[in-house]
Design a protein around this ligand. Structure first.
Ligand code: EPZ
Length: 427
């Protein structure tokens, strides 16, 4: 089985450059389907979720040309089907964005029902509600989602019952080419929601209010080809390296990030005793002492991101005291704590709450990545643990972190990616 091996403990120092945001890119790539022509994208992360998205787009008829590893041109002028293959979409949650984009441009779409995952139930009722408010008929049967419209979609008012990143973006996608003004209320305000809106506006869409509770989309007849659009830096990857600096009592300059997006993480790391200095598109994080314990409640942006919860838990696990985490987004995001306990952590997790008593030392051992961010947390734990940590199920980590092993190695970690065939490689 592929694994990442870490020999700890270490003190990280140096510079790291953050890649493009996964959760923006997995939406922007399907959003290109709204354009009957070419889209030029830069700062696209080279991760397996993006490779999966590109495979799906190609199956619909998109032509994808890589200029560099992170820059590509997608030509959607010859889409031949609106039915995405079941085997490509069923395991890939963000394939739900195909629904919004395809229904807006072609009036119909079919994907497999995006399954649940290691975080607990992941319903799509709010996505469906948005499409229906615009006049679509949505049917979920035998594992597939079918969206269609007899006539054309029409503008409407959408009020979400829960704040959902995916449903907000899908509503924007669906409304972009619909005549009239669609009002979307109780929206998610995450940076990637704003990035998708900025991308579409750069192609001639008329979307106002992204980043606030209320978004207004005035439909345009067609989008035009753009010169080039660069995806924003990944907030969670940057946050992971910020925690890495703090947890290893290191000193890291994190380049290509947006300090404003990092504020909820910055505030908590400062509370834990880290020194955080912000520059224009760079952050320096350093730490000299053992972290003070902190309490966290995950919230929608601008609250503390759930996708940083396992990483910050690892920091609290070696703090000088007891901290608590309340997970308010996902019902089942503490499974990874069993792995930290194997390494010597003292954590009691029950339902959506975890009580973490800091310990002096973690010890390396074989651990599994339960999901993408849990995998990042295992690497962080391995960096401070004494002895050898072997992280398994690394395909989860490959979904969202470009070159993570190489990046940590350049910061001074003793870390290797070992493929099943014995070949050492970077993720
Ligand atoms: C996005 O998932 C991210 N994924 C997740 O990141 C992230 O954890 C999550 O937002 C929360 O920030 C992508 O952007 C691709 P939601 P999404 O809809 O959009 C409930 C990572 O590690 N809900 O904002 O699927 C839902 O159950 C991943 O990068 C409904 O009830 O999340 C949850 O409690 C994992 N009905 C809450 O809303 C719906 O129709 C927020 O979910 C939709 C969601």
């Amino acid at each position: 089985m592929d694994k990442i091996i870490i020999d700890g403990p270490c003190r990280l120092s140096g510079e790291v450059t953050i890649s493009g945001a996964k959760n923006a890119a997995v939406a922007i790539l399907p959003a290109t389907l709204l354009v009957n022509g070419k889209c030029h994208l830069e700062n696209v992360p080279d991760i397996s979720d993006i490779r999966a998205t590109i495979k799906i787009l190609k199956s619909l008829g998109s032509k994808v040309e890589y200029i560099t590893r992170n820059e590509l041109i997608i030509d959607n002028s010859n889409i031949t089907t609106v039915e995405a293959p079941y085997d490509l979409t069923c395991k890939f949650r963000a394939s739900y964005y195909l629904l919004g984009a395809l229904i807006s441009r072609f009036g119909k779409a079919q994907i497999s029902l995006p399954g649940g995952c290691n975080l607990g139930a992941r319903p799509i009722d709010q996505h469906i509600k948005a499409f229906e408010k615009l006049g679509a008929t949505v049917e979920v049967k035998r594992g597939n989602v079918y969206a269609s419209t007899k006539n054309k979609l029409s503008a409407g008012n959408i009020f979400f019952d829960v704040v959902s990143v995916g449903a907000t973006i899908n509503a924007i996608l669906a409304a972009t080419l619909v005549p009239g003004t669609t009002t979307i209320e109780n929206c998610a305000k995450e940076p990637h929601v704003v990035d998708v809106a900025n991308f579409l506006n750069s192609m001639g869409a008329n979307i106002k209010g992204a980043g606030t509770d209320v978004i207004k989309v005035t439909g345009v007849e067609a989008l035009k080809q753009s010169s080039s659009y660069a995806v924003i830096p990944d907030q969670i990857e940057a946050g992971t390296f910020m925690v890495a600096a703090a947890i290893t009592k290191g000193n890291i300059l994190i380049k290509n990030c947006i300090p404003k997006h990092m504020e909820p993480i910055t505030a908590k790391l400062q509370e834990a005793g880290a020194e955080v200095t912000e520059f224009e598109d760079t952050i320096r994080v350093s730490m000299n002492d053992t972290p003070r314990p902190i309490n966290i409640k995950t919230m929608a942006y601008p609250g503390f991101p759930t996708d940083m919860q396992p990483q910050i838990c690892t920091l609290i696990a070696i703090s000088k005291g007891t901290g608590m985490i309340i997970e308010s987004i996902w019902e089942s995001r503490f499974q990874y704590t069993d792995e930290l306990i194997k390494m010597g952590a003292d954590i009691t997790a029950h339902g959506r709450t975890a009580m973490i008593k800091g310990v002096d030392t973690l010890y390396g051992c074989p651990v599994a990545s339960h999901d993408l961010r849990a995998g990042a947390a295992m690497i962080l734990a391995g960096l401070v643990a004494h002895g050898r940590t072997e992280v398994y199920n690394v395909h989860h980590i490959e979904r969202g972190y470009e070159n993570i092993v190489d990046k940590f190695k350049k910061l001074g970690a003793k870390i290797e990616f070992v493929r099943d065939n014995g070949r050492d490689e970077n993720v």
